[in-house]
Design a protein around this ligand. Structure first.
Ligand code: NAD
Length: 267
């Protein structure tokens, strides 16, 4: 089992969904967890307590609106002072579906800021210290939409393709850092297909509406269109993969974009 004792992980958007599942997997492996996200009152405390119950020696909440580069800079400084960032998971993301011609300009700006530029700012802050320590993991939660397009998702697809490309650049720049024994510095993307979280709810509800509000039929229809396994993923499955990427064993897995998509991008 991967042991992250002595390591600190920052997981953006970890108050819910895929980010929370990744934080839980890293907590079980005994990493200290810097929790982040747009939290409801009391939510951050509940999440931190749960992560400590699971095995994290410490969990603390670091707020920042990722649309604001100055707020990201302040958060990265605070986490560095708290113990550094050995594992950086850029997970926070937003979605809005509309035809390109109707996409509001401010929606384009927000999706590019949260889903792409925020990862640039956090990586720029964290990677040099990872190289100095000889161990570091950047795990960027992209999407199948970092590998293939779907209509009505112009800013999301643009941001996720950009995230995959930027991750490959960083992987090359840091490939020689560290050693097999120290674990090296790797940068990878995980590219989920349909995964059961809040972000897909508007799309599920819209599809369910065409079946008289039948949610299960709505999900089945979305899957039939794109995901050959016909099964959604659970967030914990992404967490398990993220944890594996943190192991020293994965020192030579870098610059990849790993689909967890039931065959979506194999077609
Ligand atoms: P989610 O909506 O449950 O979680 C999104 C997280 O991002 C939340 O914790 C939220 O607080 C945070 N966030 C959003 N805007 C923010 C902002 N301005 N500042 C700070 N934090 C902000 O959805 P999820 O499915 O858990 O999404 C996690 C990642 O997985 C996203 O990058 C998403 O694009 C990606 N993804 C999800 C799916 C899926 O089917 N669920 C598929 C492919 C990729």
């Amino acid at each position: 089992m991967t042991d992250l004792t002595g390591k600190t992980a920052l997981v953006t958007g970890s108050v819910q969904g895929i980010g929370l599942a990744i934080a839980e997997a890293l907590a079980v492996a005994r990493a200290r967890i810097a929790v982040h996200g747009l939290a409801e009152p009391g939510q951050a405390e509940t999440v931190c307590a749960r992560l400590e119950e699971l095995g994290a020696p410490e969990a603390a909440f670091f707020p920042a609106d990722l649309r604001d580069p100055d707020a990201i800079g302040a958060m990265m400084a605070d986490v560095a002072a708290w113990g550094g960032v050995d594992v950086l998971v850029n997970n926070a993301g937003i979605q809005h579906t509309a035809p390109l011609a109707e996409m509001p300009r401010e929606t384009w700006d927000a999706i590019l800021a949260v889903n792409l530029s925020a990862a640039f700012h956090t990586m720029q802050a964290a990677l040099p210290a990872m190289a100095e320590r000889g161990y570091g993991r950047v795990i960027n939660i992209a999407s199948v939409h970092g590998l293939v397009a779907s209509k009505d998702k112009a800013p999301y697809v643009a941001a996720k393709f950009g995230l995959v490309g930027m991750s490959r650049v960083a992987a090359l720049e840091y490939a020689a850092a560290g050693s097999k024994a120290s674990g090296g510095v790797t940068v990878n993307c995980i590219c989920p297909g349909w995964t059961e979280t809040a972000i897909i709810e508007p799309q599920v509800e819209a599809r369910a509406a065409s079946f008289g509000g039948d949610r299960d039929r709505g999900i089945a229809d979305l899957l039939a269109e794109k995901q050959p396994s016909q099964r959604t993923s659970d967030p914990g499955e992404i967490g398990a993969l993220a944890l594996w990427l943190c192991s020293a064993l994965a020192h030579n897995v870098t610059g990849t974009a790993i689909p967890v998509d039931g065959g979506w991008t194999a077609q």
